[in-house]
Ligand binder design. Structure first.
Ligand SMILES: NC(=O)c1ccc[n+]([C@@H]2O[C@H](COP(=O)([O-])OP(=O)(O)OC[C@H]3O[C@@H](n4cnc5c(N)ncnc54)[C@H](OP(=O)(O)O)[C@@H]3O)[C@@H](O)[C@H]2O)c1
Length: 287
């Protein structure tokens, strides 16, 4: 059986969906914090069990009988993140999985300026030391992240951000497709994958240009100093820790941490990647 965690989330649900076109439902299981969120999968014959990385005792039942476990990195910030991911790896090994997969990031590094990359690097270390064959899927930067910025930019005509750099914007559907392929074809990857990215990198200046074309009105890219950006984000209601977290992303980008592309994703999918432009169009489409 293949067990996938986080099937209630955007990436995990897409991975399950795509895997169901490659493997029979009775060979697929999901581990979710809220089983009601996976009802549509249960209805199709997928085994649905409750699993929460912060309650490791739930994971032995959730992972029972798994040959492969794909751990979707939990959206936990701060000091609890690494122990949570480690608990999932330990539980997968204890359940007897002969292969463990983890959704890492193209920029995973102990030296990153963006906090999640430190979590990914520490998790990858634990995975490599677990003594079980593993695959660390080094995903590109989610293109949907732009959704946090584009709404206000279209409203005001200004995309006000700190200095940045190129990003490896990649669509969830493409990353899910590669993850599903990695589960279905066990020999496809071994260890850390090459960066799994779309072929185009855009910085925020290029994003503003593309968003202007899509929205049909000028969106000016305005660069502000880190302290000024943080002060206005906090004044607008963002918690200080969240503002600092976000600044880390811009600092890492300007150092070139996300300035990576690689053909592996398109090769595995056997088709062109979804361009960032398409994701911007989807994000700005009238609802
Ligand atoms: N590559 C990138 O650029 C990028 C950007 C942002 C985030 N990420 C990482 O990618 C992951 C998936 O992204 P997404 O878009 O699918 O995020 P999402 O829709 O916000 O989903 C959050 C995910 O975190 C899981 N999670 C949270 N707390 C958990 C816990 N205590 N135990 C087990 N799982 C827990 C959720 O599991 P349930 O379904 O069980 O609730 C869900 O799969 C994120 O969690 C984050 O680690 C990557």
């Amino acid at each position: 059986m293949i067990v996938i965690t986080g099937a209630g989330g955007q990436l995990g649900s897409r991975i399950v969906e795509q895997l169901l076109s490659l493997a029979p439902a009775e060979q697929v299981g999901v581990s979710v914090r809220d089983v009601a969120q996976a009802k549509r999968f249960a209805d199709r014959g997928v085994r649905v069990r409750r699993g929460d990385f912060l309650e490791p005792e739930t994971l032995s039942h959730a992972f029972e009988g798994a040959d492969q476990v794909l751990i979707v990195s939990a959206s936990i910030r701060g000091a609890a993140a690494v122990p949570a991911n480690r608990a999932a790896i330990d539980a997968a090994r204890s359940a007897g999985a002969r292969r463990i997969l983890y959704t890492s990031h193209q920029a995973a590094s102990h030296h990153s300026l963006f906090a999640p990359q430190l979590t990914h690097a520490a998790t990858e270390d634990h995975l490599a030391a677990a003594g079980v064959p593993f695959t660390s899927l080094r995903n590109g930067f989610y293109a949907t992240t732009l959704g946090f910025y584009l709404g206000a930019a279209v409203e005001t005509g200004r995309l006000v951000v700190p200095e940045d750099g190129p990003f490896s914007w990649t669509a969830h559907d493409d990353l899910a497709g590669v993850a599903a392929a990695a589960l279905a074809s066990e020999g496809l990857f071994d260890g850390a994958t090459p960066p799994l990215t779309a072929p185009d990198m855009l910085d925020f200046a290029a994003v503003a240009e593309q968003a202007s074309e899509v929205a049909g009105r000028m969106i000016e890219h305005v660069v502000v100093g880190d302290d000024d950006w943080k002060a206005s984000a906090v004044a607008a209601g963002m918690p200080e820790a969240a503002a600092e977290f976000t600044l880390g992303m811009f600092r890492a980008a300007r150092r070139g941490e996300f300035a990576v592309t690689d053909p592996t994703l398109e090769k595995v999918l056997g088709r062109p990647a979804i361009p960032a432009r398409q994701v911007i169009e989807d994000l700005l489409a009238p609802r």
